[in-house]
Structure formats: structure tokens, C-alpha cells
Design a protein around this ligand. Structure first.
Ligand code: AHR
Length: 541
């Protein structure tokens, strides 16, 4: 049976925010030190920026970059990272149990954002930090006043404010692993106090209007209690975004892709909650979702190292190697964001370089991982308006038979930390029994002038090519450009056993192929064939 995608160019859902193609970079492992920033490396410039890595980031062109964490943010004191480098304190960093030199700080982050043309998004420390510290950070970054923190910025060489628009009110404070973990009301109180004074700082001379991202948990109870706190206090105006995080993992092919079903439900559920509260508390403000951490995270969990003595900076931690299956997950996630453009206004893949990242850098080279390519092409090709398309797809039933097949095929692939904890692949897959996965996942956008349509289609079938009939109704394109992202082996880049260190030769960029071509025949109805485990993007005009 053929799958079908019907596209009516008139059925516009809304604007796609370019911010859904955002990124996140944290002080951990080799993301900053040994990733974007490596002083003394011949591939770096005199300021320490790895030029080869920056070039690859520019290819992804992320419109927004979240920093400095993540878990790191909740213990980070921003004043440690400004001023002459030789005076910056070296500190024990407790989130990832490493040493932080502070040689990369706010000024370096802003410089990075300027080089890659991204909006900076700073996640303030509302774990161990105070509302006062967050407010001072805003003054340092954005104030044009003749006052202490703004003058500190000038002393450090920046006369003009940094214009940081996006401010995160803490990271994952709901989690027991976090510095300053607490109950939702306690968190909400602190976040609201910070936001209130940050708003006053904005009024008193900050350069740009700021937007707040309140820390959500992707959990109905936490999210409701945090939002209710803001609404009951009449602080609805302070909530511009609520953040959601999601990671999927698994050593087999299907479990990660089945995770995309819940991924979409998370957004739908959060939207329902927001709308319900909005109605109940009679506020006009509709917060948006910032999905500010998401990705596949699988082999190198880091717990093994953390459990041991691990007190060096720039060691590998979550140096994930990705495969094509993960690229299909990324394509599906981006389709989800496009489909839910009415509520998802920002999303930040976690993370950008080395740490669970599309770009992988060794001291001698840098590579694009398979997850790089959907990010690059969706960002480059998709248009301004999301279309409400109709996808009729075959389903893959995740039944006993498929489960056993996955166990047979991928038992060898379970990570070391699973073995240590006696986690069985079979048991880990059982909760997914009875689910069915659409073989075809798609989204479509249209340019605002109505001249072109972009369709991105993921074929999640592990083994078979699939045909899809595209019906564009009254839209009759004259030409088409096609990009296919696929590879011979959907699980094929996992060359290095987990836990071992990665050498220059271990990673093969060609584990994933990208083919760009013009399409010979396009009309308002045609059939395309997608290779097994592939992504097809088409621009039709
Ligand atoms: O991205 C890695 C970590 O995942 C982040 O530090 C944290 O916010 C999440 O738990």
C-alpha cells in the first residue's frame, strides 16, 4: 500500500518560528573547552575559537543559542567568568564533577553568538544563585546606564550592550540532580522574584525588551503548579515561554523512533494545560513552549565516569556517536515542531558540539554527525508558513514479533552501563508493546508569497523502501529540488564501544549520505519512493 500526503496550500496553520532551529551549548565535557573553544590549538584563532567548528555551526545557522547550561547553569556564578582571564577563579564544578577554568564566560559567549549570527539565550542560575545575581547579570549584559555592572562590561571592552533578549529562569529545578532542587511553588516564587526585578532593570535602561523562559518539567503536576503560582499572583505577563526537555534513548532501532509519539503528546498536553489555565485565570497571555533541550542520548551517559574521580576540564563526557536512526528522530522532531507552530516558538537541540551533538571535534579535525544533516536542510529549506497537511500512512505495529527481532538484532549493542546495572534490552522494550508507529512522518511549509512548498518526509521503516503519493490539489509546480538523507546501515556509526575513548579515525562521516538533485517530473500529483530509513525534503515551485 502506498502512503499518501495531501497538501492544500490554503490550509495555513500559522507562522513557523525560525527559533525552532535553535541550539544549546553547556559547560560540560568537550562542548566549550575542546569544542568551540580551544586555546593554543592550531585550528583556533588568537582568541581561542576553533575556526573549523565555527564554520560547521554556520552551516547549521542556528538562530538562537542557549548557554551556559543545563545543569551547569544552576551552580554557575557569572562574575567568575568576566574580566582578565588570569584573574578568573578555577572552580570545582559540581553538576558534572569537573574543573571549570572560567576562561570562557559571558563576553566570550556573546562573541560566539555574533560570529555565528545567533541570538544569545542566557539561562540564569536560579539553583544556587539568587534573583539578585540574575538581575545583575542582566544589567551587565543589557544596561546602557552609568552604573556598576554596566560599567564593568565597558571596562571589559564592550561599550555597547549585548542585547540579550532571552532569559531562562533556571534549569530543571524539579530534578533531584540539580543544585537548588525544590518544590514547584518554591521555584516559582524565586523565579517570579527574579523576573520582577529583571523587568525593572529593563525599564531602567536595558537595551532590548526581554523574554522569560520559565522552567517547566514536561510533567503535568510541576508545570501546572508553577504556572498557577504565576497566575494567582497576577504575574502572567512574566511568562513568555515554558520550557520542556526530552531525550530518547535505546540501543535498538525502533524504541527511539517510538519515542517521537510521546514527544508530540508532550507538546499537545502542555498546550492543553496552558489553555486551560489561561481560561481559568482569565489571562490573555498565552505562553509559548520553548523545547529548549531535546535529542537522542544513548550510549555514553557519563555516570560511570562521574562515579570515579573525574576532575579534569575538557574530558569527553557524553561524546555521543550518532547513526542514521538518530537523524530520522531529528527529522521527526523537526516535523513535530513545524506541525505545532502555534505553540512551539523555540526549540534548542541539546547540544551543539561534542556533547550529544551534531558536530564532533577531535584536536585535529571536526566532523558532521548524521543528525547534522536534517538540522541543516530543514533550516535551509523550510518556508515561513506551516501547512495543515493530511498524511495517510501505513503503520508499523510494535508487537512481540518485532520486539524479539529487535532483541536478536541489537542485544550486542547495549551500552556498558546497562550491563553493569543488569538492564535487559527485552525488558526495556516491553512498555512499548502494542504501540504503532506511522511509517511516514511529514510536515510541509509554504512561502508567504505562495510560490513554493517544502515537504519533509521521514520513512521510518528499518528495512523497506516506501512509496508516497503526493497530492497538491490545485497547486501545480513547475520544478522541484530534492534532498535525500540516508545511509546503508541505519545503526551504522556506532563504531566505538561505549566507554572507550574516541580516536580520530573512529568516526566516519559517510555513514550517512546526502544526495541533492533536481526532480524531473513534478505535477500536482506524483509518487515518490523513499529508501528504507531515509528523509526526503522537496522544494516545489
Ligand atoms: O544536556 C545535558 C543535560 O541534560 C543538561 O545539563 C540538563 O539540563 C539535562 O538533564
Amino acid at each position: 500500500m502506498k502512503s499518501k500526503i495531501r497538501i492544500d496550500v490554503e490550509r495555513v496553520k500559522g507562522n513557523v518560528s525560525p527559533m525552532i532551529f535553535g541550539q544549546f551549548i553547556e559547560h560540560m565535557g568537550r562542548a566549550i573547552y575542546g569544542g568551540v573553544y580551544e586555546e593554543g590549538n592550531p585550528l583556533s584563532d588568537k582568541d581561542g575559537f576553533r575556526l573549523d567548528v565555527i564554520e560547521k555551526i554556520k552551516e547549521l545557522s542556528p538562530p538562537v543559542l542557549r548557554w551556559p547550561g543545563g545543569n551547569f547553569a544552576s551552580g554557575y556564578h557569572w562574575m567568575d567568568g568576566i574580566g582578565p582571564k588570569e584573574n578568573r577563579p578555577k572552580k570545582l564544578e559540581l553538576a558534572w564533577q569537573t574543573i571549570e577554568s572560567n576562561r570562557f564566560g559571558t563576553d566570550e559567549f556573546i562573541e560566539l553568538c555574533r560570529r555565528i549570527k545567533s541570538e544569545p539565550y542566557i539561562c540564569a542560575n536560579l539553583g544556587w544563585g539568587s534573583p539578585e545575581e540574575a538581575t545583575n547579570w542582566l544589567e551587565y549584559c543589557n544596561a546602557d546606564t552609568d552604573t556598576y555592572f554596566a560599567n564593568l562590561r565597558r571596562e571589559n571592552g564592550a561599550d555597547k550592550p549585548f542585547d540579550v533578549k532571552y532569559w531562562g529562569l533556571g534549569n530543571e529545578i524539579y530534578g533531584s540532580w540539580q543544585h537548588g532542587h525544590c518544590e514547584p511553588e518554591e521555584y516559582a516564587h524565586k523565579a517570579a522574584e527574579a523576573a520582577k526585578m529583571m523587568k525593572r532593570t529593563e525599564y531602567m535602561g536595558a537595551s532590548v525588551p526581554i523574554k522569560f523562559i520559565v522552567c517547566g518539567a514536561n510533567n503535568f503536576d510541576w508545570d501546572r503548579r508553577v504556572l498557577e503560582y504565576f497566575y494567582k499572583k497576577n504575574y502572567a505577563e512574566l511568562v513568555d515561554f515554558i520550557s520542556l526537555h526530552r531525550y530518547d534513548s535505546g540501543p535498538d532501532y525502533y524504541r527511539v523512533l517510538l519515542g517521537t509519539i510521546d514527544f508530540e503528546h508532550n507538546i499537545v498536553a502542555c498546550k492543553g494545560l496552558i489553555e486551560e489555565l489561561k481560561k481559568h485565570y482569565r489571562t490573555n497571555k498565552l505562553p509559548k513552549i520553548a523545547f529548549d533541550e531535546w535529542n537522542v542520548w544513548y550510549k555514553t551517559t557519563g555516570e560511570r565516569r562521574i562515579a570515579k574521580k573525574y576532575f579534569r576540564q575538557g574530558e569527553d563526557l557524553l561524546d555521543e556517536l550518532y547513526c542514521l536512526r538518530d537523524a530520522l528522530y531529528v527529522g521527526s522532531a523537526l516535523n513535530i515542531f513545524i506541525r505545532h507552530c502555534d505553540i512551539v516558538e523555540m526549540a534548542n537541540m541539546a547540544q551543539l558540539v561534542n556533547v550529544i551533538a551534531p558536530i564532533f571535534a577531535t584536536p585535529k579535525e571536526s566532523y558532521r554527525q548524521p543528525i547534522f544533516f536534517p538540522l541543516k536542510y530543514y533550516r535551509a529549506m523550510h518556508k515561513e508558513l506551516s501547512l495543515d497537511i493530511n498524511v495517510i500512512s501505513e503503520q508499523i505495529a510494535f508487537d512481540e514479533k518485532l520486539l524479539e527481532e529487535q532483541v536478536r538484532k541489537y542485544e550486542h549493542n547495549v551500552p556498558l552501563h546497562w550491563k553493569d546495572s543488569n538492564i535487559e534490552l527485552r525488558d526495556s522494550l516491553k512498555p512499548y508493546l502494542g504501540r504503532s508507529l506511522s511509517v511516514i512522518d511529514a510536515s510541509a511549509t509554504r512561502s508567504s508569497d505562495g510560490k513554493s512548498i517544502v515537504v519533509s518526509i521521514v520513512n521510518r521503516d528499518e528495512d523497506s523502501n516506501r512509496e508516497v503519493e503526493i497530492d497538491l490539489l490545485d497547486f501545480a509546480p513547475r520544478s522541484g529540488k530534492r534532498v535525500v538523507i540516508t545511509g546503508d546501515e541505519p545503526m551504522g556509526t556506532s563504531i566505538v564501544p561505549s566507554g572507550s575513548s574516541i580516536s580520530d579515525n573512529d568516526y566516519n562521516e559517510r555513514a550517512c549520505f546526502v544526495r541533492e538533485s533536481m526532480m524531473d517530473k513534478v505535477s500536482s500529483r506524483f509518487t515518490v519512493e523513499l529508501p528504507a530509513h531515509s528523509i526526503l525534503l522537496m522544494e516545489l515551485r
